[in-house]
Design a protein around this ligand. Structure first.
Ligand code: V47
Ligand code: SF4
Length: 380
């Protein structure tokens, strides 16, 4: 960033001490985070978030090549924001994949340069720990190098209780069977009161954090999400990030933070509507500034659409959930921008380049798979 501009901000701004801290790589307090949400203008947020982003990741925007498998949309829980799940009694509107169907999905990517499969879905009593350990082992047999990122803490909490194993034992069993890392879902919002109002019957904040902490101690990396733009207030978003920042200080096990915008189509909270794109950008920026110990901030482009994904890279985002063939239904049913979210690698790298960034393909653990020079064309 241009030094004169930096001097101008820090000299004139009402936000002098926060800006100075951010430029010096120092941590801001919860009160300062809240102040950024409440009062900072979009331009200042972009400048500060970009300074953090470029310090941590330079001009790179990462993506990866993955695909999703959703074993079922039947779910024992009743999260009010969910447009995707069907209760077990609504069987006619649901699906449950068999082991063979899951393995067929894996085989359908034979010969394609995919590095990750993301397995996540509803919580179904029949799809238990034993079933998934077997599936994981068979996936690894078919494709040993494929990284399996699977199961939210919500699914795991239910699975482990049902199997009567501790979190540590259950995670170790899945790890031994081939699970590589955990996705960030199920975090929603950690504030207990708001969580109770939007998803009171699933795993608690304490359980979510405990499962991720235990995974980290077993050497597995995980992601973290935050569902925003519903009943929560800014103080709840800061509280959420503060709890993640504290755990990350302890374990360093989180790979990336993924803010998830609440989408309002066809669910019990539809009356709330949705927050604006400006709010999305402000939220990315404050997340980037606040979570100084998270190396990456990811935008899930099928949910926010290509235009906001492009803009988000000026507000702290350094990773676009990459997905050349995104087969997830969780957002399309909730009214996401991208109803059939498919981008070829060439289109995705072009989107990154046209945002002034350098595309880099990564694997799940952010090892570089391929760098792309400015005008290189790529195989999709
Ligand atoms: O936990 C459900 C969210 C999450 C809605 O780790 C909704 O790489 C918005 O966590 N509006 C599951 N969000 C998906 C998830 C995820 C996605 C992409 C990448 C990764 C990763 C993780 O979806 C749920 C919930 O927070 N969700 N309904 C909705 N109406
Ligand atoms: Fe079930 Fe997940 Fe939907 Fe909640 S968000 S109802 S746990 S599928």
């Amino acid at each position: 960033m241009d030094t004169n501009y930096k001097d101008l901000i820090t000299a004139d701004s009402h936000f002098k001490s926060i800006s100075e801290k951010v430029f010096l790589g120092k941590r801001i307090t919860p009160e300062e985070g809240l102040r950024l949400f409440d009062e900072a203008d979009l331009g200042l947020l972009a400048t500060l978030a970009n300074a953090v982003r470029e310090r941590l990741n330079g001009n790179i925007t990462y993506f990866n090549r993955n695909f999703h498998i959703e074993p079922t949309n039947l779910c024992v829980f009743t999260c009010k924001f969910c447009s995707y799940s069907r209760l077990l009694k609504q069987k006619d509107e649901g699906w449950v994949l068999s082991e063979d169907e899951i393995l067929d999905r894996i085989k359908s990517y034979d010969g394609k340069p995919i590095t990750e499969v993301h397995i996540v879905g509803g919580v179904h009593p029949k799809l238990d720990l034993e079933f998934f350990c077997e599936v994981l082992r068979k996936i690894k047999k078919l494709r040993p190098e494929l990284h399996i990122k699977g199961f939210t803490a919500v699914e795991l909490d239910y699975m482990f209780h049902k199997a009567k194993v501790s979190v540590k034992e259950g995670l170790q069993m899945l790890k031994d069977a081939g699970l590589g890392s955990l996705p960030g879902g199920g975090a929603e919002i950690f504030d207990e009161e708001v969580r109770n109002q939007i998803c009171g019957d699933k795993c608690t904040t304490e359980q979510w954090l405990y499962i991720h902490e235990t995974a980290h101690t077993l050497g597995m990396h995980t992601n973290a999400t935050m569902l925003y733009g519903h009943l929560e207030k800014y103080e709840h978003r800061i509280d959420h990030m503060e709890r993640l920042r504290t755990l990350q200080d302890k374990t360093s096990g989180f790979n990336t933070f993924i803010p998830l915008k609440y989408r309002s189509q066809d669910n019990e909270m539809s009356y709330l509507g949705e927050v604006s794109v400006t709010e999305d950008l402000r939220n990315y920026a404050v997340s980037r500034i606040y979570l100084d110990n998270f190396r990456h901030i990811k935008a899930y482009w099928p949910m926010i659409g290509r235009t906001v994904a492009s803009l988000s890279q000026a507000f702290g985002v350094d990773d676009l959930d990459g997905t050349i063939d995104d087969s997830t239904k969780i957002y399309s049913l909730a009214g996401a921008e991208e109803q059939t979210p498919v981008l070829t690698t060439e289109q995705l790298t072009q989107l990154i380049r046209s945002s002034g960034r350098t595309p880099v393909e990564r694997d799940t653990l952010y090892n570089v798979v391929q760098e792309y020079s400015s005008e290189e064309t790529v195989e999709s």
